[in-house]
Design a binder for this molecule. Sequence first.
Ligand code: ATP
Length: 266
Amino acid sequence: MQAHPSEPLSTLVIAAALQVPERFAISLLDSCESSSTLLLERAQHGAACGSVVVCERQTAGRGRRGRSWLSAPGDSLTFSLLWRFPAGMPPPMGLSLAVGVAAAHALEDMGAAGVSLKWPNDILADGAKLGGILVETVSTGGRHVAVIGIGLNIRLPRDIADAVDTEAGALASVMPYAPSRNLLLANLLNGLATLLDEFAHTGFAGFAAAWQARNAHAGLGVRILAEGTAPLEGRCAGVDDDGALLLETAAGMRRIVSGEVSLRKS
Ligand code: ATP
């Protein structure tokens, strides 16, 4: 992998590549604890749909269930997007999977090869985890508000590779060149806006086929791990219309909802 510095993040460069710039309000920060934590706070204070926090240096980046998301200035892209769904819409089940589809599209459009998705929230390429998605939702005044956090490894510093307990990867390894982070962020936001508009009408059902087409474990033996219970073994039979994992077990088909479980290859 070629080592060269990333271009600095720039709201002007990002805005120039947005299809509808007025849909987004981008805050570019040098440092924060977590872009999602900050945006959740801003959501409580009325931040608009389309608010984006992109942060060069996260000091306490978060994954699911209190886990950490590690990033390195210049080598990562970490940002969060706030989205307000229309009044009366049911809870946005399966949103983190649908966001994975939008992210995969954006990466593929920029030339990334071998992108796949691991239920419920990981972005892989060639089996290595190069990105994570964290969707957190709150409900105010009958409307669901989502804060969608995405972390991507552009390059993978050795200390991050050594610190994580999964096989980590980086975009620079699956693209002809390490992508421009400004362009990548704009492409992701363009794709997310389109997806989120559609999601409000179709829910995850509208994206289930696209997700299955990128399912890293389709048809494979997998193990579902949950704290305090024995692992559940089965064959990954895809996902339901609400994003639940379908696990074919010796005792029949089981639906696994994402909350507190992790999937591993058997
Ligand atoms: P799992 O895939 O085990 O279900 P999770 O969904 O509970 O994980 P995530 O929210 O995907 O967790 O992200 C946190 C986990 O991702 C960490 O525990 C660590 O193993 C891994 N991780 C953290 N930073 C990175 C990174 N930059 N690249 C790849 N993996 C990372």
